[in-house]
Design a protein around this ligand. Structure first.
Ligand code: GDP
Length: 460
């Protein structure tokens, strides 16, 4: 019924077509029906779903891994033998020698990117010709980092809880059209003009609103030009790159950071990230038509976590929350901050299935629930007017004031270390799949990189 690993089998189970050569005649239109899978991996909750492990697994079977949003605010720790890599900006597939692209929808901190390239090269990895950065991606400038920290400090209790790496302010400048793009690195004259313009405006904010030091435009230009020299060989047209890869029958994996409920448009605003983690973000970021994405793999924990403030209907009450937190190691990787823990919320997950067009789910950290005799699952929300819904409330006030309706499933109370799930764990996965109408194709059964079961699709 199931086995470990086997991503080719996973893709087949998802209905994926095998590699095929596009038919190309002189001057003829290339045919789309011969394309092979383009798969998006998307966080289906509030981030921290354990995407890194799933991405690593699928990256090994891919020809090109594409990061489509965010900046150095997400990242993975990759352990290969005795070597540990911490990668935040480049898709982690690069460690295994897989070509990696950073799309137009990302923001790039040049110093962080150069640090990662240097580290990889120092350890014997090739990066030239394997790492590609969209010329349309925006640069995180020093004032973005300064403003991010200053704004969070000023907001005090109302702070968003950003990682203070300048990502939100860089996206804000992109929207107000004073951003500086990766391709500006290739033209010193344009770069100087843009830096002077942006610095003039940002310095007013820094000085007058936050009482901080000004940035000297000339110094920023010099530092940025030094970065330019190092990064120039990596700047690429990533839309064309992906288009050619798909036409050539390559397997392309799109990797999202954060998660659906942190999406700028569709998430629980304002406690969201400043970009679009939802699956459609991959098409936007890489400039490909949405129909070219074949599969959307939603990654969800078998329970839920949320960092910081905001409504959380399925939050666990009593000692069980601490138990889940400890068993799941639910503390921020950088901050050490406790994550709030809740039982699986099928209303929120149904929303994620809908807005992403999820074609199958990876349910991670199922092992964390192994000690519980009974496992509540939130199946509906009760709204303030007494009605109940299986669909995520469209209005924030309903979400703020709704109460969870739980169904209690029986636990399995044994380790998940076999090649098959114990019956009650299997029933738990089947319940989730049936409620959402999508197959669960992968299940996380332990912290180790290899602790993943591939399932025959739990029929939706
Ligand atoms: P991301 O932030 O969503 O990319 O999550 P990561 O892949 O970096 O995983 C976060 C942590 O969860 C790591 O310490 C993983 O070892 C751990 N983890 C991932 N999957 C599982 C699982 O199935 N079971 C357990 N117990 N831990 C897991």
């Amino acid at each position: 019924m199931r086995g470990r690993g086997g991503i080719a089998a996973f893709r087949q189970r998802c209905g994926a077509r095998g590699p095929g050569k596009p038919t190309v005649g002189a001057g003829a239109l290339r045919r789309y029906d011969a394309l092979v899978p383009a798969t998006v991996i998307v966080g289906a909750q509030w981030g921290d779903e354990g995407k890194g492990k799933i991405v690593d697994l699928l990256a090994q079977e891919s020809d090109l891994v594409c990061r489509y949003q965010g900046g150095p605010n997400a990242g993975h720790t990759i352990v290969v033998g005795d070597e540990t890599y911490k990668i935040r900006q480049i898709p982690s597939g690069i460690v295994g020698g897989v070509a990696s692209a950073i799309g137009a929808g990302c923001v790039v901190d040049p110093a962080v990117l150069i640090g990662e390239l240097d580290d990889l090269e120092a350890r014997g990895h090739t990066t030239r010709g394997l790492v590609f950065v969209s010329g349309n991606a925006h640069l995180i400038m020093p004032w973005h980092v300064a403003l991010d920290g200053a704004r969070e400090r000023k907001l005090g209790n109302l702070q968003i809880g950003t990682t203070r790496r300048g990502i939100g302010p860089a996206y804000a400048d992109k929207a107000t059209r004073i951003g500086i793009r990766v391709q500006d690195l290739l033209d010193p004259k344009i770069l100087r003009q843009k830096v002077e313009l942006a610095a003039g405006e940002k310095n007013i904010w820094l000085e007058r609103v936050y009482g901080l030091e000004r940035f000297a435009a000339e110094e920023v230009v010099d530092a940025t030009l030094r970065h330019a020299e190092r990064l120039a060989p990596y700047v690429a047209d990533t839309s064309l790159l992906v288009d050619h890869a798909l036409r050539d029958g390559k397997r392309v994996l799109f990797e999202g950071a954060q998660g659906t409920l942190l999406d700028l448009d569709h998430g629980t605003y304002p406690f969201v990230t400043s970009s679009s983690p939802i699956a459609a973000g991959a098409a936007v970021s890489f400039g490909i038509g949405p129909q070219r994405i074949d599969e959307v793999l939603g990654v969800s924990k078998a329970y839920v976590t949320r960092v910081g403030e905001g409504p959380f209907p399925s939050e666990i009450t009593g000692a069980a929350q601490e138990r889940v937190r400890t068993l799941g190691g639910e503390f921020g990787t950088v901050t050490g901050r406790e994550r709030r823990c809740g039982w699986l919320d099928l209303v929120a997950l149904r929303f994620a299935v809908r807005v992403n067009g999820v074609t199958s789910l990876a349910l991670t950290k199922l092992d964390v629930l192994s000690e519980f005799a009974e496992i509540p699952v939130c199946v509906r929300y009760r709204l303030p007017d007494g009605t109940e819904t299986v669909d995520f409330p469209a209005h924030q006030s309903d979400f703020h004031h709704c109460a969870p309706v739980f169904e209690v499933l029986r636990g399995w109370e044994c380790a998940l270390d076999g090649d098959a799930l114990p019956p009650n764990a299997d029933a738990y996965v089947g319940f989730v799949s049936a409620a959402l109408g999508v197959p669960v194709s992968l299940v996380g059964t332990g912290a180790g990189r290899e602790a993943v079961l591939t399932l025959d699709a739990h029929a939706a």
